[in-house]
Design a protein around this ligand. Structure first.
Ligand SMILES: Nc1ncnc2c1ncn2[C@@H]1O[C@H](COP(=O)(O)OP(=O)(O)OP(=O)(O)O)[C@@H](O)[C@H]1O
Ligand SMILES: [Mg+2]
Length: 513
């Protein structure tokens, strides 16, 4: 293969990476080496090897060259010279830096792959795979990896008789739920059809798509719909139309739906759920050992395990596991700690040393402080913090993203009574706690916290009684429940939050973004 071909492949690979990364709002360079992410200059040729055959070998070489030095064995000590290892660690900890099988997700990935393969074998089998689990548990990464591996295997296999096409749609990024049809069409047919017939069945390119997907001898489309709960409209018409396509005898479509909520299939109306069977795979939150394995594995794969001490990695894994087991957050905390180490060596000129547990601790606190909503929570007085504590406890317990004010008020009153008893026990003067007073205070805190953009009102998923959907309280999209819990438990002098949050293990909840 010539240089130009290799260069094109490198550029193509790095821009594919950028495209995926953009969907996660990560700002990375558009043309970088796909292994070490160095910027490529004009005419810069990465290597003259067969891309696929020598890929692994080249990856190693590339990383070594970028690091500039061989690793030394002394624990806690980094090689002399530039802080290359820190930059390699930053690269290894990037959200999409891991390719292929994810550690600690082997059985879930196998289930996804098994579903896809069996659906392709009998593509008239009418089942949707429903992938659920807490944020950052590897749902999207696992499904994308399985679908891509299958697509690649099919395209390279000479005896494959069912060509497949893979299409990914994130429902959270659509302007309206019904825009999903135009988006699927764009992904499947490579174009968006002009809207001729307005919204509703048959419009938004739905007919052209239906034809393409039921055409005999065409490709089987593996459609992955991420954050599928964003398509849940009141009458569930969008999901009904989508499931209706799939249930057509000639439909060549395999659907994988991903969401944070476990109970979405139960919330489907009978006319929707009766169209198809639902197979489930649930992704449990990572525990600390798993998070430690994931982080260590990432660093090892990037040749940067010496950048962070093992006790620091363990601390990060334990903290993040306690706050909901989100691998994305664990990666962010480690990246922030490495960035601190880079800044420190740049300013004091000392020999770079591996990130310590104390640095990791600081990085975690700093990360939280970069979120103005978390800072706002930390600076609140005790009573509004107790109001938010009541919200966090109930949101976790009910696995919900919003709650009626009266539920929060009940919790708030219970917290106030605990505080009153403690004050009395300590001989402090107390004010009587009454339901009326608590109701009045909660109404006031709701208004103030909405004004401060810490909480907001959302429509609750209850049956509509003809007067529009009931409204509930949830956190604004820039902070999730586990971050709010951390902000409450680190607020100085707030023992009640620490105690109550420790008592209640985190439960799956829905993230609004
Ligand atoms: N087992 C793992 N090994 C390595 N990296 C992982 C693992 N699980 C998750 N990650 C990384 O964590 C990040 C979040 O993963 P992913 O986007 O798949 O989570 P998700 O479950 O889809 O979350 P959300 O519900 O928020 O969309 C990604 O960068 C992914 O690469
Ligand atoms: Mg996801």
């Amino acid at each position: 293969m010539g240089n130009a071909g290799n260069r094109d492949k490198a550029r193509e690979a790095s821009s594919a990476y950028t495209k995926e990364a953009d969907e996660e709002d990560i700002n990375i360079q558009a043309t970088g080496c796909m292994f070490c992410r160095r910027l490529l200059g004009e005419g810069d040729v990465l290597w003259e090897l067969d891309w696929d055959k020598d890929r692994e070998k080249k990856r190693e070489e590339c990383l070594r060259a970028y690091r500039g030095l061989e690793k030394k064995e002394t624990p806690g000590k980094l090689p002399d010279g530039p802080q290359g290892i820190f930059f390699m660690a930053l690269s290894a900890l990037r959200p999409f830096a891991s390719e292929g099988m994810l550690p600690c997700r082997e059985s879930e990935q196998a289930s996804v792959m098994e579903f896809l393969k069996s659906s392709l074998r009998v593509h008239i089998k009418k089942e949707v795979l429903y992938v659920s689990g807490m944020p950052g548990t590897g749902k999207t990464a696992s499904v994308l990896d399985a679908a891509k591996r299958l697509e690649k295997a099919r395209s390279s296999s000479s005896n494959s008789n069912t060509p497949i096409k893979f299409a990914y749609v994130n429902a959270m990024c659509l302007s309206t739920p019904s825009a999903v049809f135009a988006e699927i069409q764009r992904k499947v047919l490579g174009q968006a059809q002009k809207r001729k017939r307005g919204p509703g069945p048959g419009g938004d390119g739905e007919e052209a798509l239906r034809q393409a997907l039921t055409q005999a001898g065409g490709e089987v489309v593996i459609l992955v719909i991420d954050e599928v709960d964003a398509l849940l409209t009141q009458g569930q018409t969008v999901l009904y139309r989508l499931f209706d396509w799939m249930s057509q005898p000639a439909a060549r479509l395999v659907v994988v739906a991903i969401a944070n909520t476990m109970d979405l299939p139960e919330r489907l109306l009978p006319r929707v759920s009766s169209r198809l069977g639902i197979r489930r795979v649930n992704f449990e939150a990572y525990n600390r050992d798993q998070l430690h394995t994931i982080l260590a594995d990432r660093l090892r794969a990037g040749g940067a395990e010496a950048a962070i001490r093992d006790d620091a990695l363990k601390l990060c894994a334990a903290r993040v596991a306690a706050a909901g087991g989100d691998a994305r957050k664990a990666l962010q905390v480690c990246q922030a700690a490495v960035q601190r180490a880079i800044d420190a060596t740049a300013t004091n000129g000392k020999e770079p040393e591996a990130v310590t547990a104390a640095q990791m601790d600081k990085a975690e606190a700093e990360l939280l402080q970069r979120n103005p909503v978390a800072v706002g929570i930390m600076n609140l007085n005790l009573k509004p913090r107790c109001f938010l504590l009541g919200m966090v406890l109930e949101l976790r317990k009910q696995n919900a993203y919003a709650l009626p004010l009266k539920t929060v008020t009940r919790r708030y009153e219970a917290i106030m009574r605990i505080l009153q008893q403690r004050d009395e026990g300590a001989g402090k003067a107390t004010q009587p706690v009454s339901s009326e007073r608590c109701a009045w205070e909660c109404l006031e805190y709701q208004r103030r916290l909405e004004d401060c953009c810490i909480i907001a009102q959302y429509a609750l998923e209850q049956k509509d009684d003809g007067e529009g959907p009931a409204m509930g309280l949830g956190f604004v999209s820039s902070i999730d429940v586990s971050e709010a819990a951390t902000a409450l438990s680190v607020a100085p002098g707030d023992e009640i939050a620490k105690e109550l949050l420790d008592l209640q293990p985190p439960c799956p909840y829905r993230r609004l973004s």
